[in-house]
Design a protein around this ligand. Structure first.
Ligand code: SF4
Length: 392
């Protein structure tokens, strides 16, 4: 049902439109898509032609442990495509019966629409190539707009909150985003400073000191110890960073197919041992020469990921420091797979495809929780060690 509310949204949001059959890597490719119980029974009783009925019967299965929200799945075909995808790339369900008939996830993706405590937000996931193409085109920082919109609302799922926010969760999130958008520093420096700001924020929120929090949110901080530390990034940081990200990706790869192709390409290019660092440096120079504005693209991807995923207030009982570690892991994976995808290529579409694969892992799995646990396992958790990941 359509509803009209005042939404907060990033400025690319209204420009988004699906590329449909023209998409190089459609969102329904390579992973099972979960649908709700309501959507499943609706599809079961749908009046449609014999071919579509056959595709639905073969393609949609109830999962082993169904819940109301995740009741059944579209299982991918042998070639990774959704059973409903036609040869020309279009969806058979959409083509025969129109958009209104699609399960919520297919109709809304990549949009994330939220309503909580009277606040409405919408944005799009980085895992869609059309979204990343919009971000790549945009040079200036993403602006957040508050405006009345009339949108089809998804079924709203209550979120468990484990954090003290002193009633200003959205303001805190936008403040943290502004640190990543502070172009007076390099992107790695902004990442380090974010760790420092989060430590201070954690302290203030734990003490429930609203006056101190208000002061913090209204001032633009100009001195950061972390910023000075990040100037000391050495070859050792790069060496450890490479080792850690390779181990992390190898473990994550076992759980998700999405990064398999670009991980293989990156690893076969970088190789291992001491020469890996030289090859990594060569790939980095190649990448930065082809993409002189890479920092603004990476800034947009981080900002969009933070807004879309409610950073650092996701619904899981993790500390703020763990959320920060997970964001550093996102940054490291973006750099490693981005440089790997472009190492022997010139076209920007190779970078987009690598980032789409990365964000299919990041946005469609419990990546943040997994990544911070993984880095604990690999003994890489201190702020100083985050320099290793950020040096990539
Ligand atoms: S990935 Fe994006 S552009 Fe491609 S089919 Fe899905 S929604 Fe459309």
């Amino acid at each position: 049902m359509k509803e009209t509310h005042e939404f907060l949204f990033p400025n690319y949001y209204l420009k988004f439109s699906c590329k449909m059959g023209a998409c190089r890597s459609a969102c329904c490719e390579g992973w099972p898509i979960s649908i709700s119980m309501k959507n499943y029974f609706y599809l079961l009783g749908l009046d449609c032609n014999a071919d579509l009925r056959h595709r639905l019967d073969c393609g949609v299965h109830v999962v082993d442990h169904p819940t109301e929200e995740e009741y059944a799945r579209f299982e991918p075909r042998y070639d990774g495509n959704c059973q409903l995808r036609m040869q020309d790339g279009r969806c058979a369900l959409h083509a025969e019966l129109g958009e209104e008939i699609l399960p919520d996830v297919c109709r809304l993706y990549p949009r994330g629409i939220r309503a909580e405590d009277g606040l409405y937000e919408c944005s799009c996931a980085n895992s869609c190539e059309a979204v990343l193409e919009l971000l790549l085109e945009q040079e200036e920082p993403i602006a957040f707009i508050r405006r009345e919109l009339t949108l089809e609302m998804p079924p709203l799922i209550g979120r468990q909150s484990f954090f003290e926010t002193l009633g200003v969760e959205q303001k805190i999130r936008l403040y943290l985003i502004s640190v990543i958008q502070d172009r007076s520093m390099s992107l790695p420096q902004r990442m380090m400073c974010l760790g420092e700001v989060l430590d201070d924020m954690d302290f203030v929120l734990e003490r429930k000191d609203k006056a101190m929090l208000d002061r913090m949110l209204s001032e633009r901080r100009t001195t950061f110890q972390a910023c000075a530390d990040s100037k000391k990034i050495s070859e050792d940081h790069l060496k450890f960073g490479l080792e850690i990200v390779e181990q992390m990706i190898a473990i994550l790869d076992e759980r998700s197919q999405s990064i398999r192709g670009c991980r293989k390409a990156a690893l076969s290019y970088f190789g291992d041992g001491d020469s890996a660092i030289d090859r990594y440096r060569t790939a980095r120079s190649h990448f930065e020469a082809l993409m002189p504005n890479w920092e603004s693209f990476y800034e947009h991807m981080l900002v969009n990921h933070m807004f879309f995923s409610l950073f650092p207030f996701q619904d899981r009982p993790e500390s703020m420091h763990s959320e920060y570690i997970a964001l550093c892991a996102v940054y490291a994976i973006m750099r490693f797979l981005g440089l790997g995808s472009m190492a022997e290529r010139q076209e920007k579409s190779a970078l987009i495809d690598g980032m789409v694969a990365a964000f299919r892992l990041i946005d469609h799995t419990e990546f943040d929780r997994l990544a911070s646990h993984l880095l604990h396992r690999l003994n890489c958790t201190s702020r100083a060690q985050m320099l290793d990941l950020i040096s990539l």
